[in-house]
Design a protein around this ligand. Structure first.
Ligand code: ADP
Ligand code: GLC
Length: 484
């Protein structure tokens, strides 16, 4: 019999995306479906989500969901089943899902996502007639608090098994103790075994503590978060869960990311006809106003943050350009990083070009036209842009951390000798390491045969969802058997 899973996420393609979480939550239902899993995704009703819903039906109403009225809408989109929490006082706002138009976090995020978690827990408990689930899969802090409600203030129904996936330890949903009374949890939840964390309320901490199983999005990151540098204060809670914390690598949606049919490209191609990539390279150069040339075109598609090492990039621009490279960058984030990048672009105006903003179609074209994609992350739970790079023959140049370490084979002497390298990796995220990795990349690029092999090896990698979809389905099956 099919296992019915309620997946709870604050974003999922094709309805709302700010980062990789949306790619993963959006792809998961189709990834597990062949393995007998029926997944429904619960999302907050941001205006962009509600606007995209077609023929939504109201299936439940709350007069008082953490103090506000709310209703639950059910709709199909692209063959997927969605439930959407329409709670205008929480979600009908301009700005991003998490922050005001000026970039500042919404001051009531604790209440907005506590309401979201409360709704998920009600659904899990069977509050909505005709909606029965066997298991709940929570993503990140915005959903993690659901498990506290399931444990400490359950809806009258059956207690369901739960999985929490950590997509990023840096975002913990940590709030002051003063929010606790507003959560509507009993006093017993205020403890080390519950939501209390360093004297405040920790949404992600509660999830790690209480979920039956915790996954993160690569095996290396699952190991890294047991130490302070990556656990960011929660390493002890993670370590305490022992083998109940494990890593399952993200896949990529190969229907969205296939260079042989991608409609965003100037020319479609396969690994056998890599020459056709040059039409895409010209298109990227035109789009970014870069001069043409023989040298490698580096691209970066990224949030402009410390996590992504984007503060180091401006430092290496002179080196990159001095060695014959060019750079096209698409991203947005920290104002100081944007400024430093703009200053670098001004120094090398036809060799470095920066586009601030978010543009899905352009990101596809850049993967198809770029020679190499830069990923100097200080930590990276999984990372998707290097996987898209591999699939598109855009060679990843990445830091050796988390999912980047797990998915790219460095072009060292051994790997080159065996003909198995797929990219370039470097250790520390600083000027010297990045500059030397860029130097190595440019040297490889100049050796046409070696470069083609790197590209073809990458394109031959299978990072589709097939393996990880099966792994999640196995987990769900084990947990629902344990729960019987
Ligand atoms: P994270 O979720 O930490 O930002 P990932 O690599 O997992 O990093 O996922 C980022 C996703 O967002 C990828 O799909 C990437 O292509 C996309 N992305 C990031 N920045 C932009 C941008 N400025 N324009 C278009 N897509 C972007
Ligand atoms: C987070 C991580 C990223 C990961 C994504 C999807 O945003 O920063 O590494 O790929 O989630 O799991």
């Amino acid at each position: 019999m099919a296992i019915k899973v309620l997946s709870v996420a604050s974003e999922a393609v094709p309805l709302i995306k700010t980062g990789g979480l949306a790619d993963v939550a959006g792809a998961l239902p189709a990834a597990v479906e062949p393995h007998g899993i029926e997944m429904t995704t619960l999302l907050p009703g941001y205006p962009t989500v509600i606007a995209k819903l077609n023929r939504a039906r109201e299936v439940h109403k709350w007069d008082n969901l953490l103090g506000e009225p709310a209703r639950l809408l059910s709709a199909k989109h692209g063959g997927q089943s969605f439930l959407v929490l329409d709670a205008p006082n929480f979600f009908t706002r301009d700005g991003s899902p998490y922050s005001e138009p000026n970039g500042k976090d919404w001051g009531d995020n604790w209440r907005r996502f506590a309401a979201f978690g409360r709704a998920a827990a009600d659904l899990a408990g069977g509050a909505v007639k005709g909606r029965r689930f066997d298991l709940v899969h929570l993503h990140d802090w915005q959903a993690a608090i659901a498990v506290a409600y399931m444990r400490f203030a359950p809806f009258a129904g059956r207690a369901l098994p739960s999985v929490l996936t950590i997509h990023n330890m840096a975002f913990q949903g940590y709030f002051s103790a003063s929010v606790f009374p507003g959560l509507g949890l009993p006093r017993t939840a205020w403890s080390i075994e519950g939501v209390e964390s360093y004297g405040g309320v920790g949404f992600l901490k509660a999830g790690i503590q209480l979920a039956d199983l915790v996954t993160t999005v690569s095996p290396s990151y699952a190991a890294e978060i047991r130490i302070p540098e990556f656990g960011m204060g929660l390493e002890g809670v993670v370590a305490n869960r022992g083998d109940r914390v494990l890593g399952i690598l993200n896949g990529i949606d190969t229907r969205e990311w296939d260079p042989s049919v991608d409609p965003a490209l100037a020319a479609n191609y396969t690994a056998r006809a890599l020459g056709k990539r040059s039409a895409n390279k010209r298109a990227v150069e035109r789009e970014f106003g870069l001069e043409g040339g023989d040298g490698p075109l580096f691209v970066a598609i990224s949030r402009l943050t410390w996590q992504k090492g984007m503060d180091v990039l401006p430092e290496v621009l002179d080196h990159l350009v001095g060695n014959g490279g060019r750079l096209a960058l698409l991203g947005s984030g920290d104002a100081a990083i944007e400024q430093a990048l703009h200053a670098g672009a001004a120094r090398h105006h036809d060799r470095v070009s920066i586009r601030i903003g978010y543009d899905e179609a352009l990101s596809h074209l850049m993967q198809a036209g770029g020679d190499a994609i830069l990923g100097p992350s200080r930590f990276e739970p999984c990372g998707l842009t290097q996987l898209y790079g591999l699939a598109y023959g855009c060679v990843p140049v990445v830091a050796r951390t988390g999912g980047l370490a797990d998915t790219v084979i460095d072009a060292n002497v051994a790997a080159l000798g065996q003909g198995v390298a797929t990219g370039v990796q470097f250790g520390r995220v600083d000027y010297h390491s990045l500059a030397s990795a860029i130097g190595r990349t440019i040297a490889l690029y100049r050796d046409e045969r070696a470069w083609r092999t790197l590209q073809r090896n990458g394109m031959a990698c299978d990072f589709s969802w097939s393996r990880s979809g099966a792994a999640y389905a196995d987990l769900y099956r084990k947990l629902s058997d344990e729960g019987r």
